[in-house]
Ligand binder design. Structure first.
Ligand SMILES: [Zn+2]
Ligand SMILES: [Zn+2]
Length: 270
């Protein structure tokens, strides 16, 4: 399969607390792979925004991405993005963070419930997992209703950790009504759904969300889908994007979306 426009629209540089490499290294890798575009989406976890150095990291990210835009102008489209984590937990912080750059693209994420740690750090058993997933969908619906992002990132994020426990029975389709409510809300609000390919590199072994959810998004009338590796180091740039595009085709999508100046640009999958 030959894809015309391979784009990675979810990547982290050293300006994310868990990122490793410079924006220039990410761009060099994207160029080497022949990508059509690269969007750098460093973290802003909104409940942490007023902590030391968070704002400076965001400003540093924007500055380096603007520099890369200029440097690679004739060879690679470089877009300025941000991953807004938990914006509904501190809307003032979210608004301030969005004023720090002239953004092309904003991802909306939920990594932790109010008052809880990131799902990455939680302990899981059968009962607690189901309770946490219920709460996840409640808070995700709040996020979906918030008009502060372009694409809803890594829907099904807790399953990345819960499904690493084979003894726990938890499938997203057990939560079909809650899932539909989130998907219907982003569709109504003209937002995109992200296909995050990081799961292909992890124990869960599938994209976040997976094919069943993407198919459901389309059935409900979803139009905009973005795709990103969630790379936190240069060597993961572009990882799994072709698999993700292939999955989009299987779900009936002929186009995917990149964002320039917060406006959707539709690109053919093949
Ligand atoms: Zn994230
Ligand atoms: Zn991310």
């Amino acid at each position: 399969m030959k894809y015309k426009f391979i784009s990675d629209n979810h990547t982290h540089s050293q300006h994310s607390f868990d990122g490793k490499d410079s924006v220039a290294m990410l761009a060099e890798r994207a160029l080497h792979l022949g990508l059509y575009s690269l969007t750098v989406t460093d973290h802003c976890d909104c409940q942490e925004y007023y902590k030391e150095n968070v704002r400076k990291s965001i400003e540093d990210s924007v500055r380096d991405v603007m520099r890369a835009k200029g440097m690679y102008a004739d060879r690679l489209r470089v877009y300025t993005g941000i991953e807004l984590g938990q914006p509904t937990q501190d809307m003032k912080a979210a608004k301030e963070a969005l004023s720090l750059g002239d953004y092309d693209f904003v991802l909306g994420s939920l990594h932790n419930l109010r008052g809880e740690q990131d799902f990455y750090f939680l302990e899981y058993d059968q009962e607690s997992s189901l309770r946490l997933i219920e709460r996840y969908f409640d808070e995700l619906l709040e996020l979906a209703r918030c008009d502060c992002f372009d694409s809803l990132a890594h829907l099904t994020y807790p399953f990345r950790y819960i499904n690493a426990h084979p003894e726990i029975n938890a499938d997203v389709m057990q939560f079909a009504p809650q899932l539909d409510a989130v998907l219907e809300t982003i569709i109504k609000n003209g937002k995109a759904l992200e296909v995050n390919t990081s799961g292909l590199r992890q124990a869960i072994g599938k994209t976040l969300p997976d094919e069943n959810v993407v198919r459901r998004f389309r059935e409900l009338g979803g139009k905009y889908v973005t795709i990103g590796s969630d790379a936190h180091r240069w060597s993961d740039i572009g990882a799994g994007i072709e698999d993700g595009l292939n999955m989009l085709l299987k779900c009936g999508f002929t186009h995917f979306t990149v964002y320039s100046k917060r406006e959707p640009v539709m690109l053919p999958v093949i």
